[in-house]
Design a protein around this ligand. Structure first.
Ligand SMILES: Cc1cc2nc3c(=O)[nH]c(=O)nc-3n(C[C@H](O)[C@H](O)[C@H](O)COP(=O)(O)OP(=O)(O)OC[C@H]3O[C@@H](n4cnc5c(N)ncnc54)[C@H](O)[C@@H]3O)c2cc1C
Length: 410
């Protein structure tokens, strides 16, 4: 029995190990177009590899998997974040969970994950070929022919784990196979804004902001970072993930509304401002900056409201008060484009999940052909959820293939 896995990334390598352990007698070939396996894993988490999450702060999977949450719910019954944690610990990789619930190797070295996986692949006798770009997968009578530029491999089963493909659909390795694909577009990016007076405040972080795209349901909250081109940080990355397709359709143009006072209700914002005004009547507006906002940001917000910094707090009444509340709770900027976030960038879109059996990840129309990882229309926000999806899907696909191989052997 010969199984070909296309793509030696997180999902492909994890699947190769799981499969070879279940079926040591099967021949497993891993074809990688790059010069080394797990190249992306090596740079994850800024070189530290945020390999999973404790999920303790996750109220619903939809919150972290904007695409694929139903599938992940199902697959986690077979291989969850706890299984991933245990798996790596059993392989001798000590892990640490940060206060924000992200899980990293204790060594803080992504290369430890890369070395652990490649060492297991070699030890188990998986045949790994690098610089081997698969160009086509063709169904044939007894399985598939997997073609590279110089070779072709006859396979009984094939697992495609080629990762995200945010650029050209033509780069898809699945020529010869006809499956519905949801147009791949980027996710996890920061936003460029037409807002020079805001970007002058670059480097400032607002711990608890709420960001929305007015007129849509897309909203995210969390820390917001002001950059020299616009805004970034967890709140913006989440928003970019939730609204990845919408923003792509709009050409990364539109309006961003920032609520600088977090989730504090409108009435409480008003009350707090009135209290501050009553307590500091004679002070200048610039002298007191409420809601924990930094002085530099506060003066920017006063400017945007048209309030002079030297006004007294006692002057903050009527229209002026209402205008300031509006700036604090619905501060709108023009989005002029997107910027690649320095740490992470994933693909929204890929093989439509309807095409796959949600228990086995086998293509419904092509028995024997499996898909795992970012190549499918599954992606997550930051926090270790993307790699978790890759490990889970790789493992489940491998188990599903192993079950079939064992049945065939009997
Ligand atoms: C800079 C960066 C940092 C990140 N940090 C994190 C993080 O800390 N935590 C987290 O959870 N997620 C992170 N992610 C996302 C995460 O890395 C991916 O979601 C994950 O690697 C997807 O795994 P995969 O196996 O599906 O794809 P990949 O890991 O991308 O692997 C796919 C492999 O297939 C190969 N391939 C593609 N086409 C072919 C072909 N035709 N023939 C042969 N081989 C092919 C590719 O070369 C690649 O090696 C990060 C992403 C980036 C870009």
């Amino acid at each position: 029995m010969h199984i070909v896995i296309v793509g030696a990334g997180a999902a492909g390598c994890f699947a190769a190990i799981a499969l070879k352990r279940e079926c040591p007698w099967a021949e497993v070939t891993l074809l990688e177009r790059g010069i080394r396996p797990l190249a992306k894993v090596a740079i994850t988490g800024g070189g530290r590899c945020n390999l999973t999450n404790s999920f303790k702060q996750v109220k619903s999977l939809e919150q972290v998997y904007p695409r694929g949450h139903r599938l992940m719910k199902r697959l986690f019954h077979r291989f969850s974040h706890k299984d991933v944690y245990e798996w790596f610990q059993n392989e001798g990789v000590k892990l640490v969970t940060q206060p924000d619930e992200c899980v990293f190797p204790r060594s803080q070295q992504a290369m430890e994950i890369v070395h652990t996986l490649t060492e297991r692949i070699n030890r188990l006798g998986v045949k790994l070929y690098t610089r081997c770009r698969v160009q086509a997968i063709e169904p044939c009578e007894s399985g598939f022919i997997v073609r590279t530029a110089d070779n072709s491999y006859k396979a009984d089963k094939v697992l495609v784990a080629t990762g995200g493909w945010p650029k050209a659909a033509s780069e898809s390795p699945i020529t010869g196979i006809s499956l519905q694909t949801n147009l791949p577009v980027p996710s996890l990016f920061s936003l460029a804004l037409d807002a020079s007076t805001l970007t002058e405040r670059m480097g400032l972080v607002v711990e608890d902001a709420v960001v929305t795209l007015p007129g849509t349901k897309f909203q995210a909250k969390g820390p917001l970072l002001i950059t020299h081109w616009g805004v970034s940080g967890p709140a913006i990355l989440r928003l970019s993930s939730y609204a990845a397709r919408h923003l792509a359709e709009k050409g990364y143009k539109g309006t961003l509304s920032i609520r600088w006072t977090g989730e504090l209700p409108h009435d409480q914002v008003k009350e707090m401002l009135e209290e501050t005004a009553a307590t500091h009547k004679q002070k200048q507006l610039s002298g007191i900056h409420p809601f924990g906002l930094q002085a530099r940001l506060w003066t920017h917000l006063l400017q945007r409201t048209g309030l002079h910094e030297s006004l007294r707090w006692s002057d903050l009444q009527g229209k002026a008060l209402h205008k300031l509340i509006n700036t604090l709770t619905n501060d709108c900027y023009n989005i002029t484009g997107k910027n690649r976030f320095k740490d992470e960038f994933v693909t929204c879109g890929g093989i439509a999940l309807d095409e796959l059996d949600s228990s086995t990840l086998e293509a419904k129309r092509y028995p024997g052909l499996y898909f795992a990882g970012e190549v499918t229309d599954t992606d997550a926000v930051t926090g270790g959820f993307n790699l978790q999806a890759a490990w889970t899907m790789g493992y489940v696909a491998a188990q599903s293939i192993a079950e079939k191989l064992k049945q065939a052997k009997q």
